[in-house]
Design a protein around this ligand. Sequence first.
Ligand code: UD1
Length: 434
Amino acid sequence: MDKLVIKGGNPLRGRLHVGGSKNTALPLMAAALLGDGVSTIHNMPVLQDVYTFANVLRVTGARVEFRPDFDANTPDTLVVDASSINHFEAPYDLVKQMRASFYMLGALLGRCGQARVSLPGGCAWGPRPVDLHLKGMEALGANIEMDQGYVVAEAPEGGLHGAHIRFEPSSVGATINVMLAASTANGTTVLDNAAAEPDVVVFGEMLQAMGAKVSGLGTTTITIEGVDKLSPVEFNNCPDRIELGTYMIAAAIATPAGEELVITGAEPDHLGDDFLNAFRKTGVPFEIDGDTVTVTGVETIQPVSITTSPYPGFPTDLQAQWSVMMTQANGASSITETVYSDRFKHIPELNRMGAACRVDDHVVMVQGKNGTALQGTNVMSTDLRASVSLVLAGLIAEGETHVLRVYHLDRGYENLEGKLAGAGIDVRREEYQE
Ligand code: UD1
């Protein structure tokens, strides 16, 4: 297995470039299945999850090429030829590697009227149900049965029909899945308490470009008027907002006072107001100029408590990183998780590095130590965002931090060590035995 070894205490300065969004890339790939022909998607991140989902698409008979021919002119392009889909399944072996494979339920129902998709299991931070996805498909008229761990879904004679569906709680995945199925249903579907995350908006824009009639994107009520069929399309994925937020936090803790880290290729609006406002309150100056965010290092970080919630609330995918920043603050703060109440697997590891954090139900209290370095050691994590929080901790630790099981990071951060090394960080990848 691989690990990242980070030698702490080096200044982070210069430039970091944000890649294409992982969480948007996957639904865009699912959407490509709805078009009878060849779709081309640009600005795709080079990540394990994209390779895995490409394999999920291939099972259906779709032809998928990522970074075609490794041509320097198309380094981030993915091509999906969905003209010959003949197998309506997403097998367990692939779904277990990546929950987003469950988007195949909506994509295959929408395109072919039938699907057999493995149920995803729990995940590292607790159960992650799919009841809203299934209720949504049933509301569209699909007959759903369980068969040996698989969801077997079939559209009724005459096809799926429009429906009024309310999601409680708001769910990114269920909103996307139902939109995939509803785009070619008969009649109009209205989704209440729909997810307003930028990932959903950009995905909805791709559906629109394919000929779907979707309105209300970016609000909590999305309306889809079904059309007969969708056309293939050429589309640009958006920048990764969580990567941007992660780099802003990296700059706050590791860029020397008065120096700058320039983050390019970003879409700052996608971070949402809560993150930007909370960041501002820490006293770490940042400037937004188009697709560039410049963060200036400070002597003292002010403690700021946050509560995660759906967009434009503070993203749950940035709370682990925020907790690292708060270990450096000049006082105590709290992190309240309302989306995934048990998502704190990184906290015991941060405490092993010398942080003073206490988990109480779905709240973490962080006693900031006003810039006191953490201690490097072996740390391990069980999911993507927790892993990157340990890398951030390594930037400000004394000695070497060995972040084990790097495959979590490879799922979601494109060339992380290369990018950090380019901005002054002493980081290397090593093989090890567990
Ligand atoms: C997506 C993101 C993930 C992010 C999360 C919340 C991808 C690939 N992943 O995950 O990085 O952390 O949004 O922003 O885009 N829920 C139900 N029943 C369901 C579905 C969800 O109760 O059928 C609950 C979940 O337990 C959770 C809440 O809804 O409490 C939000 O989850 P959801 O938005 O669905 O997360 P994902 O789409 O899985």
